[in-house]
Write a protein that binds this ligand. Structure first.
Ligand code: ADP
Length: 170
C-alpha cells in the first residue's frame, strides 16, 4: 500500500502536516515520545495543552506544532495494557479508536500527511505485534474511505517495533 510508509526515526524530526503524540490523559507531558515532543516543540505546546484540560483514553485533541517541523500535533491517549483476561477486547477497541479519532481530527483540520508513533507499546506495555495489527488495519480503512489523505508515516523507535509493523503491513 503506497500511502503507508514505515521509518525508523525520531518523530520530532519528521516533516509532515501533523505528528501524533502518545500522550497521557492529563496532556501535561510525560516520558517517552510525549516528553520528546514537548522538548522539541517548546513551552508554547504545554501552555496550549493546559488550556485544553485533558483528554480521555482513545480520544484525540489538536494543537499547534510550535518549534516542530509539523504544523500540528494530534494528542491521543492510548490504553494501558493490563494483560487481564477479558480486558483485551476493550483495550483493542480503545487503541483502534486512537488511530481512528486521530486520523479523523487531523483530516478535518486539513492534514493530508501525518506521522504516528507506536501508540501504547512503550510505557503502556501493549504487546507490539497486537498493536501493530490494529494500527495497520485502522490506517488502511481510513485511507480507503478518505482518498484525499496522501500519506501516513509509521515511525518506529527500535528494531523490534519496526519488525512488528513490517510484518503487520504484509
Ligand atoms: P505509551 O505510553 O503510549 O506506551 P511511549 O512514549 O512510552 O508511549 O511509547 C510509545 C512508542 O514510542 C514506543 O515504541 C517508544 O519506543 C516510541 N518512542 C519514544 N520516543 C520516540 C520518539 N522520539 N520518536 C518516535 N517514537 C518514540
Amino acid at each position: 500500500m503506497g500511502k503507508i510508509s514505515l521509518i525508523k526515526e525520531d518523530i520530532t524530526k519528521v516533516h509532515a502536516d501533523a505528528i501524533v503524540n502518545a500522550a497521557n490523559s492529563t496532556l501535561l507531558g510525560g516520558g517517552g515520545v510525549d516528553g520528546a515532543i514537548h522538548r522539541a516543540a517548546g513551552p508554547g505546546l504545554l501552555r496550549e495543552c493546559k488550556r485544553i484540560g485533558g483528554c480521555p483514553t482513545s480520544e484525540a485533541r489538536i494543537t499547534g506544532g510550535y518549534n516542530l517541523p509539523a504544523k500540528f500535533v494530534i494528542h491521543t491517549v492510548g490504553p494501558a495494557w493490563r494483560g487481564r483476561a477479558g480486558d483485551e477486547d476493550r483495550e483493542d477497541a480503545l487503541l483502534a479508536g486512537c488511530y481512528r479519532n486521530s486520523l479523523a481530527l487531523a483530516y478535518e483540520n486539513g492534514v493530508r500527511t501525518i506521522a504516528f508513533p507506536s501508540i501504547s507499546t512503550g510505557a503502556y506495555r501493549f504487546p507490539v505485534e497486537r498493536a501493530s495489527k490494529i494500527a495497520v488495519k485502522e490506517i488502511r480503512e481510513f485511507l480507503e474511505a478518505h482518498p484525499k489523505m496522501e500519506k501516513v508515516i509509521i515511525v518506529c523507535f527500535g528494531d523490534e517495533v519496526f519488525r512488528a509493523y513490517e510484518e503487520a503491513l504484509k
